[in-house]
Write a protein that binds this ligand. Structure first.
Ligand code: 8X3
Length: 264
């Protein structure tokens, strides 16, 4: 997809303002960067303040260290954004997977973490920012879920359940907020090769993480997904890409991934 220039999409008379979570790496970092390129005012949110400093220095995004699962952090963030003049767009990217255990050997910690960050974190951010998005009059929410929200797979149950939950929350939200003219977009990526997703999921095992993408001609990159996120956000507000499923061509479905090179 060619880069989306802000001139080809809606040209709001005022600068667009977004809060982007998960901005310390991967798709969140790429999205914050892409929106800054489009001239947006971006508050970039992540737990790791040191990671945000580089993004801030390189792009001019405003860093804010916060854990989206922590009520006090979310309230501090809400107040900070309100002081800066509010927002028109909330981009919930913070999330992730931990573990590939089957249901029969599920780890409480992993499941609780996945529900916390993917479902409760998204809910807490929405609960905090919906009043401002409604008051804006043409607000947008974009939730990044996953193709894991559509089809369960062996070893995916905890992540599937969390992403199915976030997906359901997103659908309910769209119905609830339409009367407030809040647009609700869901982007559902498949295989995306990022610095941390598989590494985190597989307990820091670099070899196992690399194997996830081994032999795949062109897994998606964080920049690919950020391009689609930006495209959907830059469309005029009356156009809602309800659900955008994005996969590499080599992944025709979650269970059908073409690896062109033999695996060890
Ligand atoms: C990541 C996609 O295939 O690992 O959200 O579940 S998958």
């Amino acid at each position: 997809m060619p880069p989306v220039e802000s001139s080809t999409a809606s040209r709001p008379s005022t600068v667009r303002r977004a809060v982007v979570t998960g901005a310390s790496s991967g798709i969140g970092l790429a999205t914050a960067t892409r929106l800054r390129q489009a001239g947006w005012d971006v508050v970039a949110v992540a737990r790791r303040a040191d990671r945000l400093d580089g993004l801030a220095a390189q792009t001019g995004a405003v860093p804010f260290a916060a854990d989206v699962t922590n009520d006090d952090d979310v309230e501090r963030l809400r107040a900070f954004v309100a002081e800066r003049g509010g927002l028109d767009t909330l981009v919930n990217i913070a999330g992730g997977a931990r573990g590939v255990d089957r249901v029969g050997s599920a780890q409480n910690d992993d499941w609780e973490w996945m529900f916390d960050v993917n479902v409760l974190g998204t809910m807490k951010m929405l609960r905090a920012f919906l009043p401002a998005l409604r008051a804006h009059g043409a607000g947008t929410v974009l939730n990044l879920t996953s193709t894991a929200a559509l089809v369960p797979y062996e070893g995916g149950a905890g992540y599937n359940a969390a992403k199915f939950g976030q997906h359901a929350l997103t659908g309910a939200l769209r119905l609830e907020e339409v009367e407030h003219n809040v647009r609700v977009i869901e982007v559902l990526p498949g295989l995306v090769q990022t610095e941390e997703f598989s590494l985190n999921r597989l307990g820091g095992d670099r070899q196992a993480a690399d194997k996830v993408y081994a032999g795949v001609a062109e897994p998606l990159t964080a920049d690919d997904v950020a391009e689609v996120v930006a495209y959907s956000l830059l469309l005029p507000h009356h156009i809602n890409l309800d659900q955008v499923v994005i996969r590499p061509v080599a992944q025709a479905a979650n269970h059908k991934l073409i690896r062109t090179q033999p695996q060890e």
